[in-house]
Design a protein around this ligand. Structure first.
Ligand SMILES: NC(=O)c1ccc[n+]([C@@H]2O[C@H](COP(=O)([O-])OP(=O)(O)OC[C@H]3O[C@@H](n4cnc5c(N)ncnc54)[C@H](OP(=O)(O)O)[C@@H]3O)[C@@H](O)[C@H]2O)c1
Length: 245
């Protein structure tokens, strides 16, 4: 029996990439997974895959840019699976532009998905965690939340903001037994980093880039922390990259 048996996990951005791998890893450990995103066909496929190995998962239509969509999704998950024990705010978008060339719509899209969406998810989910004196929130940040990268102005701003939000969430929820973690990976082989890899001349499947499954293992590590120790931020860099950056 997996160590997450009996727990409900809500994963945003579950339709592909890191969120998909996190959903599979959590379900393999016995969590009932609410797999949320906009691409419902992908979510159906993911949930079928999870059910095939005996796990439990439900697809949840969610557009993080819409407050109504978030409210509906959280209500639906609570009524179908029960209270949410683990919230993984994973969904995110990025685009490559010099700051001076960044279209306003691109800035707004990135901030509304990567920051406002996380704020709204937390505001919707945390009250029931407070009531139950129990919960875990894992916000998927990025090394772009610690330093600047060329052509990633909006993305870096959003991931720095996510760290700020997470710091306050941790302070405000600690007394209710809720653990808030930021997991900050470097480069991972997903659609999100495709343009970046191409712009750096990296091969499509470079073995020097992390896999979504490696990030999912780090999520499991955080989920195992129940005792006196807690990790506020867990950074994962590519082994091939410069240490301590
Ligand atoms: N890949 C990397 O190198 C890397 C490095 C560090 C951190 N990260 C972070 O890891 C997280 C996952 O990224 P990824 O690499 O797995 O990217 P990805 O493969 O592009 O997946 C992004 C996910 O976010 C969902 N999403 C985007 N906009 C959404 C919206 N408005 N509402 C709901 N869901 C939305 C997408 O689903 P739909 O399109 O179906 O809605 C998709 O499931 C992001 O927070 C990203 O910043 C990635």
């Amino acid at each position: 029996m997996g160590f997450l048996q009996g727990q409900v996990a809500f994963v945003t951005g579950a339709s592909r990439g890191i969120g998909r791998a996190i959903s599979v890893a959590l379900a393999r450990e016995g969590a009932a997974v609410a797999a949320a995103a906009r691409s419902e066909v992908n979510l159906q496929e993911l949930c079928a895959e999870i059910r095939n190995f005996g796990g439990k998962a439900v697809p949840v239509a969610l557009d993080l840019r819409s407050e109504d969509s978030i409210r509906r999704a959280v209500d639906e998950v609570k009524s179908v699976l029960g209270n949410i024990d683990i919230l993984v705010n994973n969904a995110g978008v990025m685009a490559l532009h010099k700051v001076v060339d960044t279209p306003t719509e691109v800035w707004d899209e990135i901030m509304s998905t990567n920051v406002r969406g996380v704020f709204l998810m937390c505001r919707e989910v945390i009250p029931s965690m407070i009531e139950r004196r129990k919960g875990r929130i894992i916000n998927i940040g990025s090394l772009a939340g610690r330093r600047g990268y060329d052509e990633q102005g909006a993305y870096c701003a959003s991931k720095h903001a996510l760290v700020g939000l997470s710091k306050v969430l941790a302070i405000e929820t600690q007394k209710f037994g809720i653990r808030v973690h930021v997991l900050s990976p470097g480069g991972v082989l997903t659609g999100l980093s495709k343009e970046l890899r191409a712009s750096r001349g990296e091969p499509e499947d470079s073995p020097e880039w992390m896999t979504p499954e490696e990030v999912a293992q780090a999520v499991l590590y955080l989920c195992r922390q129940e005792g006196a120790a807690v990790t506020d931020e867990l950074c994962l860099r590519r082994f091939a990259s410069e240490p301590w950056r």
